[in-house]
Every structure is written in C-alpha cells, then in structure tokens.
Ligand binder design. Structure first.
Ligand code: AMP
Length: 282
C-alpha cells in the first residue's frame, strides 16, 4: 500500500494501475476510520477495483463553531486498517495541497443543500461538493463509494455527479451499526458513557417510525411527534436538532406516509452531533 501526499503521486499510481487494466475505486473519508469506512473499501475490493482511499479533514465543510480543530485524527490506526482491508493507495493531502492560495471556485447543489443538516450547517454541503469534485478530478475513479448513513450527502453527490457529467458510478453502501443499533461514526468517540447509552435513541426512533408507517401510515407530523417524544423520554442528555420525513429524492418535507419516505434526524449529545436515517415504506 502506498501512502502519498501529492496530487502528482496519486495520478501516477492511478495511471500505472490503469495501464495494467485495473478499474479504480475511490473511498473519500475524513479519517478516524471505523467499520463503516472499511465496509466501503470492502465493497470496492469486492468489485476487483484498485482502491484509493483519501483521508482529508476538509476545513471548508466545517462551520466556524464546529469541531474542525478537534476532529479526531488517528492516522496510524487508519493506515493499518486501510492496509488490512486491501487499499492500494491512501491519499493524505495537506490543506495547502487541496486549497492553494488564490482558489475561489466552489461547487454547490442549492436545492438539495438547504434542508435537513444543511439548515443547521450553512455552507457545509458546498464544502463537501467542492472537495469531492476536486478529489474526483484528482483520482478520476470509475466508481466512488459513499455511506447511506450520510443520506443527504449521498443524494447531493449523486445529483452533482450526474449534473456535472463526472464519468463515475456512485455506489451507496448500507449503514454499519454497533450491536445496539447506533450508526458508527467518527464522532461517537466524543460520547461519555451516559451519552453513549442514550445515543441508541436515534435508531430506536427510526424503528418506531417504521412500525407506525407499516401499521397505519399516519400523517408525517404524527410520526415526527412520536419520534421526538421517544427521544425526549429516552435520552435526557440529547437535544433534538431536527426530525424530518422527506421525499427520498427531492429531500422536501412530505405530509403523508402512504409511499416510501426517508426519515432523517440529528441529535446533539454534548460535543457530538449524531445523525441517522432510514427508508420507510408503508
Ligand atoms: P466521513 O469520514 O465521516 O466523512 O465518512 C466517509 C464516508 O464513510 C462517507 O461516505 C460516509 O457516509 C461513510 N460512513 C461513515 N459512517 C458510516 C457507517 N456507519 N456506515 C457506512 N458508511 C459510513
């Protein structure tokens, strides 16, 4: 496995792989890797691809009061995990390599970026789209792998890829969870023992919503109220940021639940803002 910091080095390794007939799979990450990230590498490997993983804590997707400086950085264990899962290349650029002086271009997908997480994180998805576009141009993969845990992100990246004609297949892989249902996240390590015990309320609220919709598909407002009530009762250490039921494609709020909908929520526990989502069908 090669670990490189420059754009030239990644491009050289990717061209060499192409010359011997390999397809390229790309897994963009911010490091602090866990089984959720490794499942993306495994999915790329399962297709026989030459896997490039990027580890870059992207400053432009963090708001001024967010955890950029404190975001967990665990390079050694990340690299051994990437090696164990069969990555061929890990690209770890510095912020100067990704954002040299003078750069001004941004990529944004406004109509999908204002809802859900975008409402409390203005500018976040512009940061994501800009860095992912740059990484797509640097790595030039055949397929890029994203997690369903970040549903809005995956939806926006799919749209952006189609709209900008990137010749890249976007593969969205299922959310990997802890045994009790908590979605794995680099930010879970911020949780105290008490918060960790209550954090299961997100997946529980989604399961509850799924049951309600399967049983009687009530109006979305009722489902959201039941989810909120569950979280407030189960998790006094949590503070609900949003609970929404949206159209899976447009991410617009829906009123009724008599067809497939996406339920998504964010709950703040101390320093950790946790998100989760699920597709719910009547
Ligand atoms: P991050 O390092 O948090 O930016 O995440 C990098 C990629 O890993 C994104 O595509 C995430 O959606 C994905 N990911 C993060 N957590 C999980 C998880 N629990 N299951 C599946 N994919 C995940």
């Amino acid at each position: 496995m090669e670990v490189v910091e420059t754009i030239e080095d990644v491009r050289r390794l990717v061209s060499q792989a192409r010359l011997v007939g390999r397809g390229i799979g790309f897994v963009p990450t911010m490091g602090a890797l866990h089984e959720g990230h490794y499942s993306l590498i495994d999915a790329a490997r399962a297709r026989g691809l030459f896997v490039v993983v990027s580890i870059f804590v992207n400053p432009t997707q963090f708001g001024p009061n967010e955890d950029y400086a404190a975001y967990p950085r665990t390079t050694e264990s990340d690299l051994s995990g990437c090696r164990a899962h069969g990555s061929a290349v890990v690209f770890m650029p510095t912020a100067e390599v990704m954002y040299p002086p003078g750069r001004v271009t941004e990529v944004c997908v406004p109509s999908l970026s204002g809802a859900l997480c975008g409402a409390s994180r203005p500018g976040h998805f512009t940061g994501v789209c800009t860095v992912v576009s740059k990484l797509f141009n640097i790595v030039a993969p055949d397929a890029a792998f994203f997690g369903a845990k970040d549903y809005q992100q995956a939806t926006i990246i799919r749209r952006m890829t189609a709209d900008l004609n990137f010749p890249i297949e976007i593969v969205v892989c299922p959310t990997v969870r802890e045994a009790d249902g908590l979605a794995m996240s680099s930010r879970n390590r911020y949780l105290s023992a008490g918060e960790r015990a209550q954090a299961v309320c997100l997946s529980e609220a989604l399961a509850l919503a799924g049951d309600l919709i399967r049983r009687s598909h009530p109006p979305a407002g009722q489902v959201k109220a039941a989810m909120r009530e569950h979280i407030e009762r189960r998790a006094p250490l949590g503070r609900v940021d949003y609970i929404n039921i949206v159209d899976p494609d447009t991410l617009r709020d829906v009123e009724t639940t008599d067809r497939a909908v996406q339920a998504a929520l964010a709950v703040q526990f101390g320093r950790a803002r946790l998100i989760d989502n699920a597709r719910l069908e009547p």
